[in-house]
Design a protein around this ligand. Structure first.
Ligand code: NIG
Ligand code: FE
Length: 404
């Protein structure tokens, strides 16, 4: 099946050109064949390119039937959003906690435990139905790749259920047994770390690609977090870390030292943290929904980007600190309150997310990449921040198939 999207007023390719990291093209067209993008160029070359690609293919590779043509009508097309941080498998919600917070209460890591109780009580089927509803919700908002963490089970059986269910919908599964110390281990946290690095890791590693820990006051110390990441690495998982959400600490530099793909949150960073990130391959993933929903100060993305840090944006969809699944909303907040330019924020939500997941097949619109694209109901990507809260995602392709 081939699809030719033409008459694209503004195409964000993220293939750097002439100093523009977004590789912006005007009056563009994209040709999709099956799951991949096969051609990108100007709209007036599109028909010729499509015909010549058909002719040049061996008969065995030729596709039957006509090319489906989509006229973008001058609207913008961007890569599908890559949301590199979410917690989508859980039971219950914490609306009352949010309401209390908006009335003045402070966010604390301990709220996670109430979701743990609801998650343990939910059946696989209940969790699966909800997870699929979240995936549909993400697609409708332009997200085509999502990373999903466990972390609301905190016992071997439930953590295994969570990573197994997550693996049904994404290859980007993260084992986060070290999310918080569960109540039954409250007075012996090191025993819980033994469990996480032992039989829980044994049960979860086969379903996961990533290992993570919540390195924060009220959750895990730097030493405990390091033990967890190192145990995961020894099992072939790749590290990423929650750090700097509630205050500064040594977690960021520890994760950079272990070659983490990403450090997430980074609300509180020291100059040393920023220098370490800038000198590394580790992405700093900002989570604007968290600051928004917990009334914390926003990190200064401008300072990070100017210092040379690679920045991604993710939603961190979870029932406690950030219950939005909208990348357009997070882009708008990052632009408004974290001092990112629109181009930087859109890049961070697409190519940045791909970098945070060490993926080179998504986050860009170029021949050979997965055909993950979003057609906006707007002439430029600026509208994502300029029209906050307005549903501007008009069509979404994932692997060449329309999903919204
Ligand atoms: O990324 N920081 C740790 N985990 C989540 C919050 C989880 C919760 O409050 O339930 C986060 O913000
Ligand atoms: Fe998180």
């Amino acid at each position: 099946m081939r699809t030719l999207i033409t008459n694209i007023g503004e195409l964000t390719t993220n293939v750097e050109a002439g100093g523009d990291p977004c590789g912006t093209m005007r009056d563009a067209a994209v040709l999709i064949d099956g799951e991949r993008i096969v051609w990108v160029g100007t709209a007036d070359e599109a028909e010729a390119a499509s015909a010549s690609l058909s002719e040049s293919e061996p008969a065995s590779a030729q596709v039957d039937g006509p090319v489906e043509r989509i006229d973008a009508g001058g609207a913008a097309v961007i890569p599908g959003f890559v949301d590199s941080h979410s917690h989508l498998v859980f039971g219950g919600d914490r609306a009352a906690e949010f309401e209390a917070r908006m009335a003045g209460q402070k966010y604390a890591a301990g709220g996670i435990r109430s979701t743990v109780a609801a998650t343990r009580a939910a059946s696989d089927e209940e969790l699966r139905v909800r997870l699929h509803a979240f995936i549909a919700e993400l697609h409708a908002q332009g997200t085509t790749t999502v990373e999903i963490k466990s972390g609301y089970g905190l016992d071997v059986e439930t953590e295994e259920r969570l990573v197994r269910l997550a693996a049904e919908v994404t290859p980007e599964v993260t084992f986060l047994g070290a999310h918080v110390v569960p109540a039954e281990y409250a007075d012996r946290p090191d025993d819980y770390v033994d469990l996480v690095t032992g039989s829980m890791l044994d049960a979860c590693a086969p379903h996961a690609r990533w290992i993570d820990a919540f390195c924060e006051t009220g959750a895990f110390t730097v030493d405990q977090s390091r033990r967890v990441l190192e145990a995961g690495i020894a099992r072939g998982l790749v590290p990423r870390l929650h750090a700097g959400q509630l205050g500064p600490g040594d977690g960021v530099r520890m994760a950079v030292g272990l070659g983490a793909a990403s450090v997430d949150h980074g609300t509180f960073l020291t100059e040393e943290d920023i220098a370490a990130l800038a000198a590394s391959e580790t992405v700093l993933t900002l989570l604007p929904g968290v600051e928004f929903s917990t009334r914390q100060p926003y990190p200064d993305a401008r300072r990070l980007i100017d210092a040379g840090v690679t920045v991604a944006i993710a939603c961190d969809t979870n029932p406690g600190s950030s219950f939005t699944s909208s990348m357009p909303f997070c882009i708008a907040v990052a632009v408004r309150d974290m001092r990112m330019t629109v181009a930087e924020a859109v890049w961070a939500a697409t190519a940045g997310g791909a970098a945070a997941l060490r993926r080179d097949d998504i986050g860009r619109i170029a021949p050979g990449m997965r055909a993950d694209l979003v057609l906006l109901a707007a002439p430029t990507r600026v509208h994502l921040a300029y029209r906050p809260g307005v549903p501007l995602v008009s069509r979404v392709w994932k692997d060449g198939t329309v999903v919204a």
